[in-house]
Design a protein around this ligand. Structure first.
Ligand code: THU
Length: 130
């Protein structure tokens, strides 16, 4: 199995744990580190709606809290025909902590596209500008 396949499989598995009772829109994400570790996350909604955290940020915050600091790719999975790209907030967090990740978008059965994060977040604001 390739790293990409492992990563997408991990995102699909994480999606099963989504806490999405308000939108019903379940998302899974998984990050790959240079040493081959995979850290996954799912979206987590709550009754205020506005405090929802997307799968990508859950995965990144889990990874950071477990001591990971370098990342090479992220996979995002939803049960849709069209690919589900990371939202703007997630692009910012992924960029600041992951840099120019390879971004794999997939659904439950198919790969739907590969992107570089810098193409999804042109002209980013980050710590280099502080
Ligand atoms: N969501 C994600 O987890 N990741 C994305 O890339 C897009 C949106 C979640 C947030 C919310 O729980 C639900 O999907 C609907 O927006």
């Amino acid at each position: 199995m390739t790293d990409k396949d492992r990563l997408v499989a991990a995102a699909r598995a994480a999606r099963e744990h989504a806490v999405a009772r308000f939108s019903g829109f379940k998302v899974g994400a998984a990050l790959l580190t240079p040493d081959g570790s995979i850290i996954s996350g799912c979206n987590i909604e709550n009754a205020t709606y506005g405090l929802t955290v997307c799968a990508e940020r859950v995965a990144m915050f889990k990874a950071l809290s477990e001591g990971h600091r370098e990342f090479v790719a992220v996979a995002v999975v939803a049960d849709t025909g069209e690919p589900t790209p990371p939202c703007g907030a997630c692009r910012q967090i992924l960029w600041e902590f992951g840099g120019d990740l390879e971004v794999f978008l997939a659904n439950l059965t198919e790969h739907k596209g590969t992107h570089r994060l810098k193409d999804l977040l042109p002209l980013p604001f980050d710590a280099r500008l502080l």
